[in-house]
Design a protein around this ligand. Structure first.
Ligand code: E4P
Length: 217
C-alpha cells in the first residue's frame, strides 16, 4: 500500500518525507486555506520535496474552466496530479486530461457507482471519502470493498486512494481490503508507529543495557 499525506503543510511534508514514508501528497482547497499560502507557491514547494504525485485540485465547476485551471496547475511541476470533482464535467475533464497523458485524481467519491464512472473516464486515482461516509451513519469501508470488487471484476487500472481517513483503524481496514493508496493526515500517519508494548519493551531493553556498562562501537 502506498502512503500519501493529506496536507499542504510544507514542514509536515518535509518531516514525513525524511522518514521515507511518503509516496505522494494530496491537497484540496480547504487544506490550502489552512496552510494560508498561495496555491501555486505552496504546491511548487511540495512538488520539490516529494518525488511522487502531488494532487492539486481545480476549483472550477464547468469543463472549459476546469481544463484551463488544469493547464495552469500542470505547469507547476511534472509530478502534479490534477484533482477533479466527481461531476459530469469533472469526468469529462478527467477523460480529456488522461488522454493527454496527465495524472488525474477524481475526488469527492461517496459510492461505488461514482467510482465505476471515474474508472471509465480513465482516472489514475479515485478518492472515496471514508470518514465523511461514516459521518452519514453508513460504512465507508464497505464502499472501498465494493469498489475493489468492481475494479477487479473488470480489471480497471484506476488506483483506489482511500481518503478522508480519520483513524489508524481506517488505514488498517483499507489495507486489508486492498486499497492501493491511503491519503492520511500527518498526525494519523505518525500514530501508525505507536504501540505501548514497543515503548515498554524499549524502556526495559535500555535499562538492562545501561546495567551492562557496555557501549557499541
Ligand atoms: C482527499 O484527497 C481529501 O483531501 C481528504 O482526504 C478529505 O478529508 P476530510 O474529510 O478529513 O476533509
Amino acid at each position: 500500500m502506498k502512503f500519501f499525506v493529506d496536507t499542504a503543510d510544507v514542514a509536515e511534508i518535509r518531516e514525513l518525507n525524511e522518514y521515507g514514508l511518503l509516496d505522494g501528497v494530496t491537497t484540496n482547497p480547504s487544506l490550502i486555506l489552512k496552510a494560508g499560502r498561495d496555491i501555486k507557491e505552496v504546491t511548487k514547494e511540495i512538488c520539490d520535496i516529494v518525488d511522487g504525485p502531488v494532487s492539486a485540485e481545480v476549483t472550477a465547476v464547468d469543463y472549459a474552466e476546469m481544463m484551463r485551471e488544469a493547464d495552469v496547475l500542470s505547469k507547476i511541476a511534472d509530478n502534479i496530479c490534477i484533482k477533479l470533482p466527481l461531476t459530469l464535467d469533472g469526468l469529462k475533464a478527467c477523460k480529456a486530461l488522461t488522454g493527454d497523458g496527465r495524472q488525474t485524481n477524481v475526488t469527492l467519491c461517496f459510492s461505488a457507482n461514482q467510482a465505476l464512472l471515474a474508472a471509465k473516464a480513465g482516472a489514475t486515482y479515485i478518492s472515496p471519502f471514508i470518514g465523511r461516509i461514516d459521518d452519514m451513519g453508513t460504512d465507508g469501508m464497505e464502499v472501498i470493498s465494493e469498489i475493489r470488487t468492481i475494479y477487479d471484476n473488470y480489471d480497471f487500472q484506476t488506483n483506489i486512494l482511500a481518503a478522508s481517513i480519520r483513524t489508524v483503524n481506517h488505514v488498517k481496514l483499507a489495507a486489508m481490503i486492498g486499497a492501493d493508496v491511503a491519503t492520511v493526515p500527518p498526525a494519523t500517519l505518525k500514530a501508525l508507529v505507536k504501540h505501548p508494548l514497543t515503548d515498554k519493551g524499549l524502556e526495559s531493553f535500555l535499562a538492562d543495557w545501561a546495567k551492562t556498562g557496555q557501549k557499541i562501537g
